[in-house]
Design a protein around this ligand. Structure first.
Ligand SMILES: C/C(=C\COP(=O)(O)OP(=O)(O)O)CCC[C@H](C)CCC[C@H](C)CCCC(C)C
Length: 344
């Protein structure tokens, strides 16, 4: 650095860390509180408002991919138009997939994980005693009932003879149950648990959005289940943060089964190959422009895999997700629009 660089007298980082200013303390306190409300890791403990604790259990940050999935399904139906009624229908379906059913799933997951969390993350709402077990059970039941009621309302609203959306909501709730609850507890198995996660986050809300505005058909079902294999790769990225704990608890995550480096490679190959296959399919249905855009969106993901994830999966997992995921989700919308345009 040149002598003329504007260095302020108190810019020594180690000193700043040792004696944080009131501004720094206030801002990190705000960040921790926001993380708490969104249900993210690194949250501030000690929340006393029961409504904020209930929201924390529903982990709002995890609603985003399912809400997005509904948008992709509406796009792939090819029938979405920007009328007020359609906007309201789509918003209701997002309410179903995000706050209600993902909220139900996350609360259920924390309920069944309460003993493990008491060891690994004792500050979470249930093990810390911030909310009682009967209050949590009531929340799970109410979110489930509200979800099914909203799904049924959507079926009536869309004039469905067969209640597609309700059946999807019941199926998703069942998958959520066997993902977290013994004896199956799919999350204990790296392949099954992560595929359930990938498919629930990509295929199920996509199907719901498609069924709401068009006819759900087997081609859309199969294509989105293939896309979900890229989602499986994304789900594996989340297993690197807890590899030591998982090993001790006997959870068969992919990093535990195959080791860090091999699991990281499995992960990126799944993410890239299955998005690539969708792009190839788009070429076969003559949606070349959409296929080209999808390929262009895969390239930055490969770049971030090389720059961050493959170099140090344990250190860079979160950085990789934050940099690469926007391109993956944009690609989903591009694929949805292409399928809608082709009338699949
Ligand atoms: C609970 C889930 C992930 C958290 O897993 P994990 O225990 O590893 O992480 P923590 O560290 O946070 O404890 C998500 C599980 C998803 C589940 C398999 C199914 C979700 C179903 C959908 C909500 C259904 C949507 C249907 C609708 C759109 C009609």
């Amino acid at each position: 650095m040149s002598e003329s660089s504007p260095i302020t007298p108190d810019s020594n980082p180690s000193e700043a860390l040792a004696n944080p200013s009131p501004d720094i303390i206030a801002s990190s306190d705000r960040t921790a509180k926001t993380r708490q409300l969104l249900g993210m890791k690194g949250a501030a403990p000690g929340e006393t408002s029961i409504w904020k604790i209930r929201l924390q259990l529903m982990k709002p940050i995890t609603w985003i991919p399912l809400i997005w999935g509904v948008v992709c399904g509406a796009a792939s139906s090819g029938n979405y138009t920007w009328s007020l009624e359609n906007v309201l229908k789509a918003a209701t379906c997002m309410l179903l997939s995000g706050p209600l059913l993902t909220g139900y799933t996350q609360t259920l997951n924390d309920f069944y994980d309460r003993e493990i969390d008491a060891i690994n993350e004792p500050y979470r709402p249930i093990p810390s005693g911030a909310i009682s077990v009967p209050q949590v059970v009531t929340q799970i039941v109410l979110l489930f009932i509200a979800g099914i009621a909203v799904a049924f309302t959507l079926d009536l609203w869309a004039g469905h003879e067969f209640p597609n959306v309700t059946v999807l909501a019941l199926f998703g709730s069942f998958i959520a149950f066997i993902y977290s609850a013994p004896p199956l507890k799919l999350k204990q198995n790296g392949w099954l648990g992560n595929y359930a996660l990938g498919a629930s986050y990509i295929a199920l809300p996509w199907w719901a959005g498609h069924a709401l505005f068009g006819e759900l058909n087997w081609k859309i079902a199969v294509l989105t289940l293939i896309y979900s294999l890229a989602g499986l790769g994304i789900a594996i990225v989340n297993d690197f943060k807890s590899v030591e704990g998982d090993r001790q608890l006997g959870l068969q995550s992919l990093p535990v089964m195959f080791g860090i480096n091999t699991a990281a490679w499995i992960c990126v190959v799944m993410i890239d190959v299955f998005q690539g296959l969708i792009a190839a399919y788009l070429v076969t249905i003559h949606e070349n422009l959409y296929a080209a855009i999808l390929v262009l969106l895969i390239i930055p993901q490969i770049t971030f895999q090389d720059m961050y994830f493959l170099r140090d999966p344990l250190k860079n997992d979160v950085k990789y997700q934050a940099s690469a995921q926007p391109f993956l989700v944009l690609g989903m919308l591009v694929a949805g629009l292409a399928l809608g345009h082709a009338g699949i």
